[in-house]
Design a protein around this ligand. Structure first.
Ligand SMILES: C[S@@+](CC[C@H](N)C(=O)[O-])C[C@H]1O[C@@H](n2cnc3c(N)ncnc32)[C@H](O)[C@@H]1O
Length: 271
């Protein structure tokens, strides 16, 4: 079991590179103070599991100037982009092709193990969380962003996004074997692993906290990367998915509009 990645096509798409950039710009300002809470050694060893283009890994390396940060992913194009973009942070920051189901690290290698925006898109997220726990030191931390597609709220309109978010994540998850509501299930998975100090916090990406264009860019990238597979895997056609996303983008761009994406940040300490 190495590359159980049913969203392989979308993950490697150009729209995902745009999306990871916009997501990091929207989320990191609120995520950074949550990461600062962890009691880490002066020279922490950090793993970014499913690092993509290195948006999180590079910010972690900058936040902890004496840290050694390893980003791993299975999409080589992302890894090449990350190595090129963040060459100035090497050799403190490195990127390797590794699957998060079978990491190469020995048990208890990292002080902080981060996994952002991955667990909703893969099979057997619980096995991956167990693998992340294996490579984290006693007293070290897991820091997860397990997305939850029941935590997006838009204003109702003629094309009502409420209908979209009711239907799409359930059908998409059933057809791909993934849990698009993993955000609310991560606590229970960590509790079953007997993790300590489990916390569930929220980054609030809304039209007040994030620039409207940054928030809109996330929805545009989802539209461009996912409308086709939504048409194939759910009762909503590709054309209809595009119309729903355009409605949500208009809601975000409307200077009087309000929309919110609650992003769970789930952390725990390894006993
Ligand atoms: C939505 S991206 C998030 C990227 C990054 N964590 C960030 O916050 O910008 C999800 C990433 O998980 C990676 N991924 C999926 N399955 C994986 C696996 N089995 N092993 C390693 N990475 C995987 C994808 O290739 C993709 O780059």
């Amino acid at each position: 079991m190495t590359d159980l990645n049913p969203q392989a096509k979308q993950m490697a798409d150009e729209s995902m590179v745009r999306n990871l950039d916009a997501q990091a710009r929207a989320i990191w300002p609120q995520e950074m103070p949550l990461i600062r809470r962890y009691a880490l050694p002066a020279e922490p060893s950090i793993l970014d599991a499913g690092c993509g283009t290195g948006e999180g890994s590079s910010r972690l390396a900058e936040l902890f100037p004496r840290a050694q940060v390893l980003g791993v992913d299975i999409v080589d194009h992302h890894l090449e982009l990350a190595r090129g973009r963040y060459a100035s942070l090497a050799p403190r920051l490195t990127f390797e092709h590794q699957s998060i189901y079978e990491l190469q690290a020995a048990d208890r290698s990292f002080d902080l193990t981060v996994c952002r925006h991955v667990l909703h898109s893969i099979l057997h997220a619980d096995r991956v969380i167990a693998e992340l726990g294996r490579v984290t030191r006693r007293g070290g931390y897991l820091h997860l962003i397990p997305e939850d597609y029941g935590m997006l709220h838009f204003q109702r309109a003629a094309i009502d996004p409420l209908d979209f978010w009711h239907q799409v994540p359930t059908s998409f998850g059933e057809r791909t074997g993934t849990d698009l509501f993993i955000g609310r299930h991560a606590f229970g998975i960590l509790a079953a692993m007997k993790m300590e100090e489990i916390e569930v916090d929220y980054v609030v990406v809304d039209t007040l906290r994030a620039p409207r264009e940054t928030f809109a860019a996330i929805l545009q990238a989802w539209r461009d990367g996912y409308a086709e597979s939504i048409g194939e895997l759910t009762p909503i056609s590709r054309e209809s998915a595009v119309a729903y996303f355009n409605q949500m983008i208009a809601n975000i761009r409307d200077p009087r509009g309000y929309a919110v994406w609650m992003v769970p940040v789930v952390s725990a300490r390894v006993p």
